[in-house]
Design a protein. Structure first.
Length: 373
């Protein structure tokens, strides 16, 4: 009997009335008490013809049986066969083991590997299935990673195409024009120096923007507390000098909590937005620039408004595209707003714009207020 218990720890020993008179050590974990076989189990296979009688089971004893444990919180089936004891013709023994479909079936029924016989293929099958599942998870993760990397590469290639196009067209044309002007007689060169200077400054600004774009891709997030009032006043003062402007600044800052973010990216974003607001102002129109900032514990909102040239409504959907310029008369290089969008995206924020041609523009940024580690 000890050998049987080792070989089939889930065995059942039934008398002629199909009363359970003995259970294997592992089956004892599943059946609270001895009783009628019909009380505890239902036939799954054979699924017709067999009845809950000694003779009926014997008639089908040349088949593999699948029986299901009734009234169990977790469905559990057993696969095995019924045999008549070679010495006791009035006893039936069921020899089998749980028919498990996944490792979860073991956990759900409080079974462990040591409940099974050493020869039981159920454990091998489960381990193999579990390994296959892990392999599938690894494969799916690898596919997802490759997909993400492919999307990133497509985005980089698209950006490179735009940059190469700009270098061969937008950059080369003003350079050639400057070279041509500098080859004119001295008197004409002197006369056209302001145009040459403007062209070279514009190219310099383009190079600065491209450098910002590259840094955004490479520099990791670095958090620090930011004195937003001092930062805006510094940026605004610098651009007042650069553009020889005296446009008044209406600055409103509400700080319910200290501002914590990436100072490099915040400075770059504000640099570009404030620069644009001053650059596209209309001095004859009582120009003003209004900046409102509300810093809360979890997020912050930055709103920069002006009453400058404004943007045509039909162009609003495209202004954040790389090298996009609303018109051939645009003073910009089509990179600044793209840099803003990319840096806001890096910070897990959003940027939106409302503008009317000839009336003015409002940019609104919503960013998380980060927490210091």
């Amino acid at each position: 009997m000890q050998t049987l218990k080792k070989l089939f720890p889930f065995f059942l020993r039934l008398d002629r009335d199909l009363l359970i008179i003995e259970r294997g050590p592992s089956m004892e974990k599943l059946l609270s008490a001895e009783g009628s076989f019909e009380t505890y189990f239902r036939f799954i296979r054979p699924n017709f013809g067999v009845t809950y009688s000694f003779d009926s089971i014997v008639e089908f004893s040349n088949q593999v049986f699948i029986i299901e444990l009734k009234n169990s919180p977790n469905t559990l089936r057993f696969k095995g066969q019924f045999i008549i004891h070679h010495e006791l013709d009035d006893e039936l023994w069921f020899c089998g083991s749980p028919w498990l479909m996944a490792m979860e079936n073991m956990n759900e029924n409080n079974l462990v590997v040591t409940d099974f016989a050493l020869h039981d293929t159920a454990i091998d099958t489960i381990l193999m299935m579990n390994q296959n599942l892990l392999s599938m998870e690894d494969s799916n993760k690898m596919i997802a990673d490759l997909k993400q990397k492919n999307e990133t590469l497509e985005k980089i290639n698209e950006r490179l195409d735009s940059i190469i196009y700009a270098i061969t067209h937008d950059f080369r044309a003003p350079l050639l024009a400057s070279i041509g002007l500098l080859q004119l007689p001295d008197s004409l060169v002197h006369e056209n120096l302001p145009d040459v200077l403007h062209t070279l400054k514009k190219l310099d600004r383009t190079i600065i923007h491209l450098n910002e774009l590259t840094k955004n891709d490479k520099i990791e997030l670095k958090l620090s507390k930011i004195d937003i009032t001092a930062l805006i006043e510094e940026i605004y003062s610098n651009y007042q000098i650069i553009y020889q402007s005296n446009i008044p600044l209406n600055l409103t800052i509400i700080e319910d909590s200290p501002m914590v973010s990436d100072s490099f990216r915040i400075r770059t974003i504000l640099n570009n937005l404030i620069s644009n607001a001053i650059k596209y102002s209309k001095p004859e129109n009582n120009s003003f620039i209004a900046i409102k900032i509300h810093v809360k514990s979890d997020d912050l909102v930055i709103e920069i408004s002006d009453n400058g040239e404004g943007i045509d409504e039909k162009n609003l959907k495209d202004i954040f595209k790389l090298f996009y310029r609303a018109s051939v008369k645009s003073q910009g290089n089509g990179i600044g707003l793209y840099v803003i969008k990319e840096m806001v995206r890096f910070l897990n924020g959003t940027v939106s714009v409302i503008s009317k041609k000839g009336i003015g523009t409002t940019f609104t940024l919503s960013l998380p207020n980060q927490q210091m580690a």
